[in-house]
Design a protein around this ligand. Sequence first.
Ligand code: HMG
Ligand code: MG
Length: 300
Amino acid sequence: MEVKIVEVGPRDGLQNEKEILPTAAKIELINRLSASGLRYIEASSFVNPKWIPQLADAVEVLNGIEQRPEVCYSALVPNLRGWDRVKETRLQQIAVFMSASESHNQKNINKSIADTYPVLAEVVTAAREHGIPVRGYVSTVFGCPYEGDVPIANSLRVTEALLAMGIQEISIGDTIGVATPKQVHEKFSALVQEFSAERLAAHFHDTRGTGLANVVAALEEGIRIFDSSIGGLGGCPYAPGAAGNISTEDLVYMLEGMGVHTGVDLEKLLDAGAYIQSQLGRTLPSKMLQAHCAARGESK
Ligand code: HMG
Ligand code: MG
Protein backbone atom coordinates (compact mmCIF):
# COMPACT_ATOMS: atom_id res chain seq x y z
CA MET A 1 0.00 0.00 0.00
CA GLU A 2 1.21 3.52 -0.78
CA VAL A 3 0.21 6.88 0.64
CA LYS A 4 0.78 10.48 -0.35
CA ILE A 5 2.08 12.77 2.37
CA VAL A 6 1.48 16.51 2.10
CA GLU A 7 4.07 18.36 4.19
CA VAL A 8 2.43 21.49 5.62
CA GLY A 9 5.07 22.51 8.20
CA PRO A 10 6.46 25.54 6.34
CA ARG A 11 2.89 26.92 6.14
CA ASP A 12 0.64 25.48 8.89
CA GLY A 13 3.63 25.17 11.22
CA LEU A 14 5.35 28.48 10.76
CA GLN A 15 2.13 30.56 10.55
CA ASN A 16 1.70 29.85 14.24
CA GLU A 17 5.20 30.60 15.55
CA LYS A 18 5.52 33.64 17.81
CA GLU A 19 8.94 34.49 16.43
CA ILE A 20 9.14 35.24 12.74
CA LEU A 21 11.73 32.91 11.24
CA PRO A 22 14.21 34.58 8.86
CA THR A 23 13.48 33.99 5.16
CA ALA A 24 16.82 32.18 4.67
CA ALA A 25 15.93 29.63 7.38
CA LYS A 26 12.54 28.93 5.75
CA ILE A 27 14.30 28.39 2.42
CA GLU A 28 16.84 26.03 4.00
CA LEU A 29 14.04 24.08 5.72
CA ILE A 30 12.09 23.63 2.47
CA ASN A 31 15.25 22.59 0.61
CA ARG A 32 15.96 19.93 3.25
CA LEU A 33 12.34 18.70 3.14
CA SER A 34 12.58 18.50 -0.67
CA ALA A 35 15.69 16.33 -0.33
CA SER A 36 13.90 13.83 1.95
CA GLY A 37 11.70 12.29 -0.74
CA LEU A 38 8.57 14.29 0.15
CA ARG A 39 6.66 15.04 -3.07
CA TYR A 40 4.17 17.65 -1.85
CA ILE A 41 5.23 20.67 0.18
CA GLU A 42 2.96 23.54 1.20
CA ALA A 43 5.65 26.18 1.29
CA SER A 44 3.88 29.37 2.38
CA SER A 45 0.68 31.40 2.29
CA PHE A 46 -0.55 34.42 0.32
CA VAL A 47 -3.03 35.60 2.94
CA ASN A 48 -3.13 39.17 4.23
CA PRO A 49 0.31 39.76 5.84
CA LYS A 50 -1.36 42.00 8.43
CA TRP A 51 -3.15 38.88 9.72
CA ILE A 52 -0.26 36.41 9.34
CA PRO A 53 3.00 38.40 9.41
CA GLN A 54 4.93 35.13 9.91
CA LEU A 55 4.46 34.33 6.21
CA ALA A 56 4.64 37.83 4.71
CA ASP A 57 7.74 36.77 2.75
CA ALA A 58 5.90 34.13 0.65
CA VAL A 59 7.20 35.52 -2.67
CA GLU A 60 10.81 35.64 -1.45
CA VAL A 61 10.60 32.11 -0.01
CA LEU A 62 9.12 30.60 -3.17
CA ASN A 63 11.62 32.37 -5.39
CA GLY A 64 14.51 31.45 -3.08
CA ILE A 65 14.06 27.68 -2.82
CA GLU A 66 15.70 25.17 -5.15
CA GLN A 67 12.63 23.80 -6.87
CA ARG A 68 13.08 20.11 -7.63
CA PRO A 69 11.11 18.83 -10.63
CA GLU A 70 9.77 15.83 -8.71
CA VAL A 71 8.30 18.01 -5.94
CA CYS A 72 4.96 19.83 -6.12
CA TYR A 73 5.18 23.15 -4.25
CA SER A 74 1.94 24.72 -3.10
CA ALA A 75 0.70 27.67 -1.01
CA LEU A 76 -2.55 28.96 0.49
CA VAL A 77 -4.39 31.60 -1.54
CA PRO A 78 -7.50 33.21 0.02
CA ASN A 79 -8.55 35.63 -2.74
CA LEU A 80 -7.52 37.30 -6.03
CA ARG A 81 -5.27 39.72 -4.14
CA GLY A 82 -3.29 36.67 -2.99
CA TRP A 83 -3.40 35.19 -6.49
CA ASP A 84 -1.76 38.38 -7.88
CA ARG A 85 1.23 37.71 -5.61
CA VAL A 86 1.33 34.03 -6.66
CA LYS A 87 1.94 35.23 -10.22
CA GLU A 88 5.31 36.63 -9.11
CA THR A 89 6.40 33.06 -8.25
CA ARG A 90 6.47 29.55 -9.70
CA LEU A 91 4.04 27.16 -8.02
CA GLN A 92 2.74 23.78 -9.16
CA GLN A 93 -0.44 23.96 -7.09
CA ILE A 94 -2.40 26.34 -4.86
CA ALA A 95 -4.82 25.69 -2.01
CA VAL A 96 -7.97 27.52 -0.94
CA PHE A 97 -9.56 27.10 2.48
CA MET A 98 -12.76 27.62 4.42
CA SER A 99 -14.58 26.13 7.40
CA ALA A 100 -17.56 23.85 7.92
CA SER A 101 -18.67 26.06 10.85
CA GLU A 102 -19.88 29.62 10.41
CA SER A 103 -18.08 31.22 13.40
CA HIS A 104 -14.64 29.78 12.59
CA ASN A 105 -15.03 30.83 8.96
CA GLN A 106 -15.94 34.34 10.08
CA LYS A 107 -12.98 34.63 12.50
CA ASN A 108 -10.51 33.03 10.11
CA ILE A 109 -11.38 34.72 6.84
CA ASN A 110 -13.64 37.55 7.89
CA LYS A 111 -16.63 36.40 5.88
CA SER A 112 -19.71 34.23 6.14
CA ILE A 113 -19.61 30.81 4.48
CA ALA A 114 -22.03 32.03 1.78
CA ASP A 115 -19.85 35.07 1.01
CA THR A 116 -16.70 32.90 0.84
CA TYR A 117 -17.82 30.70 -2.07
CA PRO A 118 -17.68 33.37 -4.81
CA VAL A 119 -14.28 34.62 -3.58
CA LEU A 120 -12.80 31.10 -3.75
CA ALA A 121 -14.50 30.39 -7.09
CA GLU A 122 -12.70 33.41 -8.61
CA VAL A 123 -9.35 32.08 -7.38
CA VAL A 124 -10.06 28.57 -8.69
CA THR A 125 -11.07 29.95 -12.10
CA ALA A 126 -7.92 32.09 -12.32
CA ALA A 127 -5.67 29.18 -11.33
CA ARG A 128 -7.31 26.79 -13.76
CA GLU A 129 -6.87 29.32 -16.58
CA HIS A 130 -3.13 29.11 -15.81
CA GLY A 131 -3.24 25.30 -15.68
CA ILE A 132 -2.58 25.24 -11.93
CA PRO A 133 -4.50 22.59 -9.95
CA VAL A 134 -6.22 23.61 -6.73
CA ARG A 135 -6.46 21.80 -3.40
CA GLY A 136 -9.23 22.74 -0.96
CA TYR A 137 -9.33 22.63 2.83
CA VAL A 138 -12.46 22.21 4.91
CA SER A 139 -11.69 23.17 8.50
CA THR A 140 -13.49 22.38 11.78
CA VAL A 141 -15.03 19.14 10.42
CA PHE A 142 -14.55 17.41 13.80
CA GLY A 143 -15.32 20.36 16.02
CA CYS A 144 -15.28 24.16 16.12
CA PRO A 145 -13.59 26.22 18.85
CA TYR A 146 -16.64 28.52 18.97
CA GLU A 147 -19.58 26.19 18.19
CA GLY A 148 -18.46 22.78 19.49
CA ASP A 149 -19.74 19.82 17.48
CA VAL A 150 -20.18 20.45 13.76
CA PRO A 151 -22.86 18.37 11.98
CA ILE A 152 -21.51 16.19 9.17
CA ALA A 153 -24.15 17.74 6.88
CA ASN A 154 -22.20 21.05 7.02
CA SER A 155 -18.95 19.35 5.94
CA LEU A 156 -20.70 17.43 3.15
CA ARG A 157 -22.24 20.68 1.87
CA VAL A 158 -18.97 22.65 1.89
CA THR A 159 -16.97 19.75 0.36
CA GLU A 160 -19.52 19.38 -2.42
CA ALA A 161 -19.44 23.10 -3.19
CA LEU A 162 -15.63 23.12 -3.39
CA LEU A 163 -15.51 20.04 -5.64
CA ALA A 164 -18.15 21.63 -7.90
CA MET A 165 -15.77 24.60 -8.42
CA GLY A 166 -13.27 22.21 -10.05
CA ILE A 167 -11.05 21.62 -7.02
CA GLN A 168 -9.22 18.32 -7.30
CA GLU A 169 -8.58 17.22 -3.74
CA ILE A 170 -10.24 18.20 -0.46
CA SER A 171 -8.37 18.01 2.81
CA ILE A 172 -10.66 17.33 5.73
CA GLY A 173 -9.41 19.22 8.78
CA ASP A 174 -9.49 18.47 12.48
CA THR A 175 -8.41 22.05 13.06
CA ILE A 176 -8.44 21.92 16.86
CA GLY A 177 -7.41 18.28 17.31
CA VAL A 178 -10.52 16.94 19.01
CA ALA A 179 -11.21 13.90 16.80
CA THR A 180 -11.08 10.33 18.09
CA PRO A 181 -10.85 7.23 15.85
CA LYS A 182 -14.58 6.51 16.31
CA GLN A 183 -15.46 9.96 15.02
CA VAL A 184 -12.95 9.59 12.17
CA HIS A 185 -14.67 6.37 11.08
CA GLU A 186 -18.09 8.02 11.23
CA LYS A 187 -17.23 11.24 9.40
CA PHE A 188 -14.91 9.75 6.79
CA SER A 189 -17.27 6.90 5.96
CA ALA A 190 -19.99 9.50 5.20
CA LEU A 191 -17.58 11.62 3.14
CA VAL A 192 -16.14 8.64 1.23
CA GLN A 193 -19.60 7.35 0.42
CA GLU A 194 -20.50 10.73 -1.07
CA PHE A 195 -17.27 11.74 -2.83
CA SER A 196 -14.88 8.70 -2.99
CA ALA A 197 -11.67 8.28 -1.02
CA GLU A 198 -9.25 9.30 -3.85
CA ARG A 199 -10.41 12.91 -3.68
CA LEU A 200 -10.09 13.24 0.09
CA ALA A 201 -7.14 13.87 2.42
CA ALA A 202 -6.97 13.76 6.22
CA HIS A 203 -5.52 16.77 8.08
CA PHE A 204 -5.12 15.98 11.76
CA HIS A 205 -3.84 18.24 14.52
CA ASP A 206 -2.51 16.41 17.57
CA THR A 207 -3.82 18.65 20.34
CA ARG A 208 -5.15 15.75 22.42
CA GLY A 209 -2.72 12.99 21.40
CA THR A 210 -5.14 11.17 19.07
CA GLY A 211 -3.49 12.18 15.79
CA LEU A 212 -1.78 8.93 14.77
CA ALA A 213 -4.67 6.77 15.98
CA ASN A 214 -6.89 8.91 13.74
CA VAL A 215 -4.55 8.22 10.79
CA VAL A 216 -5.05 4.47 11.27
CA ALA A 217 -8.83 4.96 11.40
CA ALA A 218 -8.74 7.07 8.21
CA LEU A 219 -6.56 4.44 6.47
CA GLU A 220 -9.24 1.88 7.33
CA GLU A 221 -11.79 4.14 5.62
CA GLY A 222 -9.68 4.08 2.43
CA ILE A 223 -7.94 7.47 2.83
CA ARG A 224 -4.46 7.50 1.25
CA ILE A 225 -3.52 11.19 1.50
CA PHE A 226 -2.27 12.58 4.83
CA ASP A 227 -1.17 16.08 5.82
CA SER A 228 1.54 16.40 8.45
CA SER A 229 4.13 18.84 9.61
CA ILE A 230 7.85 18.52 10.27
CA GLY A 231 8.58 18.37 14.00
CA GLY A 232 4.83 18.51 14.69
CA LEU A 233 4.87 22.28 14.23
CA GLY A 234 1.58 24.02 13.73
CA GLY A 235 -1.81 25.27 14.82
CA CYS A 236 -4.29 27.83 13.66
CA PRO A 237 -4.09 31.42 14.93
CA TYR A 238 -7.91 31.57 14.82
CA ALA A 239 -8.40 28.32 16.76
CA PRO A 240 -7.25 29.04 20.34
CA GLY A 241 -5.35 26.18 21.96
CA ALA A 242 -4.92 24.23 18.71
CA ALA A 243 -1.60 22.37 18.75
CA GLY A 244 0.57 21.29 15.89
CA ASN A 245 -0.26 18.97 13.04
CA ILE A 246 0.70 15.32 13.42
CA SER A 247 4.45 15.15 12.98
CA THR A 248 5.76 13.97 9.61
CA GLU A 249 8.59 12.02 11.28
CA ASP A 250 6.12 10.14 13.54
CA LEU A 251 3.77 9.53 10.61
CA VAL A 252 6.51 8.13 8.33
CA TYR A 253 7.89 5.92 11.12
CA MET A 254 4.45 4.49 11.91
CA LEU A 255 3.35 3.95 8.31
CA GLU A 256 6.60 2.33 7.15
CA GLY A 257 6.44 0.05 10.21
CA MET A 258 2.94 -0.97 9.10
CA GLY A 259 4.24 -1.80 5.61
CA VAL A 260 2.71 1.34 4.10
CA HIS A 261 5.08 2.95 1.60
CA THR A 262 5.66 6.71 1.96
CA GLY A 263 8.63 7.28 -0.37
CA VAL A 264 10.30 9.34 2.37
CA ASP A 265 13.87 8.81 3.63
CA LEU A 266 13.40 9.01 7.41
CA GLU A 267 17.04 9.95 8.11
CA LYS A 268 16.88 12.92 5.75
CA LEU A 269 13.51 13.92 7.17
CA LEU A 270 14.97 13.85 10.69
CA ASP A 271 17.79 16.03 9.44
CA ALA A 272 15.18 18.63 8.39
CA GLY A 273 13.43 18.26 11.76
CA ALA A 274 16.66 18.72 13.71
CA TYR A 275 17.43 21.80 11.59
CA ILE A 276 14.11 23.56 12.28
CA GLN A 277 14.25 22.60 15.96
CA SER A 278 17.67 24.23 16.27
CA GLN A 279 16.46 27.34 14.43
CA LEU A 280 13.44 27.74 16.70
CA GLY A 281 15.49 26.94 19.82
CA ARG A 282 12.85 24.83 21.55
CA THR A 283 11.94 21.16 21.78
CA LEU A 284 9.38 20.34 19.11
CA PRO A 285 6.47 17.92 19.71
CA SER A 286 7.64 15.13 17.35
CA LYS A 287 8.33 11.99 19.40
CA MET A 288 10.41 10.44 16.63
CA LEU A 289 12.56 13.58 16.40
CA GLN A 290 13.17 13.54 20.17
CA ALA A 291 14.10 9.82 20.07
CA HIS A 292 16.50 10.52 17.21
CA CYS A 293 18.13 13.48 18.99
CA ALA A 294 18.45 11.49 22.24
CA ALA A 295 20.10 8.58 20.40
CA ARG A 296 22.61 10.99 18.89
CA GLY A 297 23.20 12.72 22.22
CA GLU A 298 21.80 15.97 20.80
CA SER A 299 19.28 18.36 22.22
CA LYS A 300 17.84 21.55 20.76
P1 HMG B 1 -9.49 40.93 5.01
O1 HMG B 1 -8.38 41.62 5.70
O2 HMG B 1 -10.72 40.59 5.73
O3 HMG B 1 -9.88 41.73 3.84
O4 HMG B 1 -8.91 39.69 4.22
P2 HMG B 1 -10.39 42.65 2.92
O5 HMG B 1 -10.70 41.82 1.73
O6 HMG B 1 -11.46 43.49 3.54
O7 HMG B 1 -9.10 43.60 2.64
C1 HMG B 1 -8.51 44.45 3.63
C2 HMG B 1 -7.09 44.81 3.22
O8 HMG B 1 -6.31 43.64 3.16
C3 HMG B 1 -7.01 45.45 1.85
O9 HMG B 1 -5.90 46.39 1.89
C4 HMG B 1 -6.63 44.31 0.96
O10 HMG B 1 -5.97 44.72 -0.21
C5 HMG B 1 -5.69 43.52 1.87
P3 HMG B 1 -6.11 47.95 2.15
O11 HMG B 1 -7.03 48.39 1.05
O12 HMG B 1 -6.75 48.05 3.53
O13 HMG B 1 -4.71 48.49 2.09
N1 HMG B 1 -5.65 42.13 1.48
C6 HMG B 1 -4.54 41.46 1.16
N2 HMG B 1 -3.24 41.80 1.11
C7 HMG B 1 -2.35 40.86 0.72
N3 HMG B 1 -2.70 39.60 0.37
C8 HMG B 1 -3.99 39.22 0.43
C9 HMG B 1 -4.96 40.16 0.83
N4 HMG B 1 -6.29 40.09 0.98
C10 HMG B 1 -6.70 41.30 1.38
N5 HMG B 1 -4.33 37.97 0.09
C11 HMG B 1 -8.45 37.42 4.19
C12 HMG B 1 -9.54 38.45 3.98
C13 HMG B 1 -9.01 36.03 4.02
C14 HMG B 1 -7.38 37.66 3.16
C15 HMG B 1 -7.92 37.63 5.63
O14 HMG B 1 -8.99 37.39 6.49
C16 HMG B 1 -6.78 36.75 5.98
O15 HMG B 1 -5.69 36.88 5.44
N6 HMG B 1 -6.97 35.81 6.95
C17 HMG B 1 -5.92 34.93 7.40
C18 HMG B 1 -6.46 33.56 7.49
C19 HMG B 1 -5.36 32.55 7.71
O16 HMG B 1 -4.31 32.60 7.10
N7 HMG B 1 -5.63 31.56 8.60
C20 HMG B 1 -4.76 30.48 8.81
C21 HMG B 1 -4.76 29.52 7.65
S1 HMG B 1 -6.17 28.42 7.61
C22 HMG B 1 -5.68 27.06 8.62
O17 HMG B 1 -4.65 27.13 9.23
C23 HMG B 1 -6.50 25.80 8.61
C24 HMG B 1 -5.91 24.69 7.75
O18 HMG B 1 -4.61 24.35 8.19
C25 HMG B 1 -6.79 23.45 7.81
C26 HMG B 1 -7.19 23.01 9.22
O19 HMG B 1 -6.33 22.85 10.09
O20 HMG B 1 -8.40 22.85 9.41
C27 HMG B 1 -5.80 25.11 6.28
MG1 MG C 1 -4.20 23.04 9.93
